[in-house]
Design a protein around this ligand. Structure first.
Ligand SMILES: *Cc1c(COP(=O)(O)O)cnc(C)c1O
Length: 229
């Protein structure tokens, strides 16, 4: 508790909370740990797997804002549509259509981010700039009434090379500005740039991030053996 409190206040000191949303990434951590950070005032929590999120959610206060930050399979959307606060990881028109369909069923407009591919790694999910344009120009997208695209998200390459990370964030910020100007100039809700994790959040903020997703800097290293991944 003590350590978590110190970690959280250290982190908060280093960011401008009026400008940056802090999402505590709670994956692999038990309900008790999440309750500790909740009691310290934290409300935005991020999980990357639907099943794990659902298992925890029922044991936790209902005013937590749950962010889905990991790759989302279409057949899982229905389980989170009624409550999810923000889906960060939309990487196809088909997924967007599914979210729209499930949101309609529960009479919601679900805020989402499009995930942009910026890393030099085969394993990272995401869209290229041109694919984003194809989606935004599609008739399918234009007819959706139950999703609201509020920004973009990206994950930088896992590397020690800070210049490479900075370059990737610059690219993402550039794409964000381009897409905002071209497609969302009349929509003030397009304002979230989700970039930065524990290792690179400082660079991300310098490069224009409005939302950071941090886990290990708060809770310590994750132990994946503790949980069925
Ligand atoms: C796990 C995860 C994070 C948090 O990672 P840390 O290095 O622990 O801060 C952020 N974003 C995504 C998409 C993640 O999967």
């Amino acid at each position: 508790m003590r350590i978590l409190q110190e970690n959280l206040s250290e982190l908060k000191k280093s960011i401008d909370e009026d400008k940056i949303t802090l999402v505590a990434v709670t994956k692999t951590h038990p309900v008790e740990k999440i309750m500790e950070i909740y009691q310290l005032g934290q409300r935005d929590m991020g999980e990357n797997r639907v099943q794990e999120l659902l298992e925890k959610k029922d044991h936790l206060p209902s005013d937590i804002k749950w962010h889905l930050i990991g790759h989302l399979q279409r057949n899982k959307v229905k389980y989170i549509a009624s409550f999810v606060h923000l889906i960060h990881s939309v990487d196809s028109l088909k997924l967007l259509e599914e979210i729209n369909k499930e949101a309609q069923k529960v009479d919601r407009v679900i805020p989402v981010l499009l995930q942009v591919y910026i890393a030099q790694e085969e394993t990272k999910f995401g869209l290229e700039e041109q694919e984003i344009e194809v989606i935004l120009q599609s008739e399918a997208y234009k007819s959706m009434n139950n999703i609201n695209i509020v920004g973009l998200m990206g994950v930088a390459t896992l590397t020690e090379d800070e210049e490479q990370i900075r370059t990737e964030f610059k690219v993402l910020h550039h794409i964000f500005n381009f897409i905002k100007t071209k497609y969302f100039s009349d929509k003030s809700s397009f304002e979230t740039l989700s970039m930065g994790m524990s290792a690179d959040y400082k660079i991300a903020i310098e490069e224009g991030s409005t939302l950071i997703r941090v886990g290990s800097i708060l809770f310590g290293e994750r132990n994946y053996k503790d949980i069925n991944l």
